[in-house]
Ligand binder design. Structure first.
Ligand code: SF4
Ligand code: SF4
Length: 427
């Protein structure tokens, strides 16, 4: 377990974390800064700070963007100790009914499939389509969602229900063929299904055998960031057991989503270690050798770069790439999507691609949406400044947040996942 008091003592109060902190940029107060969070958590552990509603409100305002960890000379894990205290908050105050219902759906895919289908069938009663951005606009104020907000679209059929479990490459020598499994993530499964369709197209073009494991579950990131650790434990264990059943048959499990990938590859192991479940931590760590973000694996282990040079269209479309926090800072992935995109698109860097988009998780997107709006504003402005046609990021949480920020701030640029752009270049 993390020792909050030790981390508090290790903070040398240098303040290097403050200029990069997402919550401090929209609420410039010492209590909502990495240094402030650490100080308060040290006091909480020593019994000098009650976990009252004010403390709850403060600890729920961190975006978990990890900017602070990146610059801290002592690499203090502010994001992870905030995640830990959120479990204490959940125990003391409970979890709001709508979050509980959402996490229950994440645990039961059959129910999520039904809920998503119902959402698709009845969506026109409550929302209208915004075709240009592939999103939905509420017709009236909904619980937790104001009517001017852009929501993700809902697909008529989930990605996992749209393909057979195995898709064999047609031409290459069977013995030499690579074989990958796709872990799709919930937003790409139910909302942004074009990502999975594009990944299948790319893998087919590369003559790679595809496994689409049908019993995969949510990675548990939404529950982890909200302190619902029972859900995290259940989902992580179910997924680990399932992955182990096919891991020896594939070269890799690839994930076109930064947050899911970081959760599976990074947070599961830490979660189990912190709870003394060392066998589960070891099993998670063993799987990690074969788990990659999609662009990372495609760039390092396939002929995609060559294929894009040889067969990809040269498109007169400008793209600016946003670095998801869970890709660049947590997994060191930033070069790979840029290298692949640059083969067929004109890349234009924004002034600070590493700045957090302001998604922040379920609580910030629902109860504290004003913070997400404020954090999204400067990001929308720097995207506008590039005059790029498309902003891209390998993360559907960033897509939810950036699409809404661009829409609300009247910026014409639209969002696409790099996997979608690569597939379009190969068409
Ligand atoms: S994780 Fe992000 S929002 Fe939270 S304290 Fe660190 S820099 Fe600030
Ligand atoms: S950068 Fe690290 S050591 Fe410096 S104030 Fe922030 S948390 Fe403390």
């Amino acid at each position: 377990m993390f020792n909050f008091s030790k981390i508090s003592n290790d903070c040398i109060k240098c303040g290097k974390c403050i200029p990069v902190c997402t919550i401090h940029s929209v609420n410039p107060d010492e209590t909502t800064s990495p240094r402030g969070f650490i100080e308060l958590l040290g006091a909480y552990e020593k019994g000098n700070l009650p976990l009252d509603k004010t403390a709850k409100d403060i600890f729920e305002s961190c975006f978990l963007c990890t900017n602070c960890v990146d610059v801290c000379p002592n690499s203090l894990p502010t994001d992870m100790i905030i995640e830990e205290v959120r479990a204490d908050i959940a125990k003391k105050y409970g979890i709001a009914w709508y979050k509980k219902a959402f996490f229950w759906l994440l645990r039961h895919r059959w129910a999520m499939d039904i809920a998503s289908k119902l959402g698709y069938v009845f969506k026109s009663c409550a929302v209208k389509e915004e075709r240009k951005r592939g999103g939905l606009i509420p017709r009236f104020d909904l619980p937790m969602v104001k009517k001017e907000r852009l929501l993700p679209s809902i697909a008529s059929r989930s990605f996992l229900n749209s393909y057979p479990e195995r898709i064999e490459a047609e031409t290459a020598d069977k013995e030499k063929r690579q074989r990958v499994a796709i872990f799709i993530g919930c937003l790409a499964n139910y909302n942004y299904t074009g990502i999975g369709d594009s990944l299948v197209k790319i893998l087919k073009a590369l003559e790679i055998d595809i496994l689409i494991p049908k019993k995969q579950k949510c990675c548990a990131a939404p529950a982890y960031f909200t302190g619902d650790f029972d859900t995290v434990e259940a989902l992580a264990k179910e997924n680990i057991e399932y992955f182990e059943s096919f891991i020896d048959d594939v070269d890799a499990i690839i994930i076109p989503e930064a947050t899911c990938s970081a959760m599976v590859k990074h947070d599961w192991e830490i979660f189990f270690k912190n709870r003394g479940m060392m066998d589960w931590a070891r099993r998670s760590s063993k799987l990690n050798e074969k788990i990659f973000m999609a662009t990372e694996w495609l760039y390092k282990n396939s002929d995609l770069e060559k294929l894009l040079k040889a067969r990809g269209k040269s498109l007169d479309i400008s793209v600016t790439y946003h670095d998801p926090c869970h890709a660049r800072k947590v997994q060191g992935i930033w070069k790979e999507p840029r290298e692949l995109l640059s083969k067929n698109y004109r890349l234009k860097e924004m002034s600070d691609p590493n700045r957090c988009c302001g998604f922040g998780g379920v609580t910030i997107q629902s109860e504290k949406f004003h913070l997400a709006q404020a954090a999204g504003l400067p990001k929308a402005a720097m995207i506008k400044e590039t005059k790029a046609d498309i902003v891209s990021a390998e993360c559907s949480a960033c897509r939810v947040q950036l699409s809404n920020s661009l829409y609300q701030n009247g910026v014409e640029t639209i969002f696409k996942n790099p996997i979608e752009l690569i597939a379009e270049a190969l068409e």
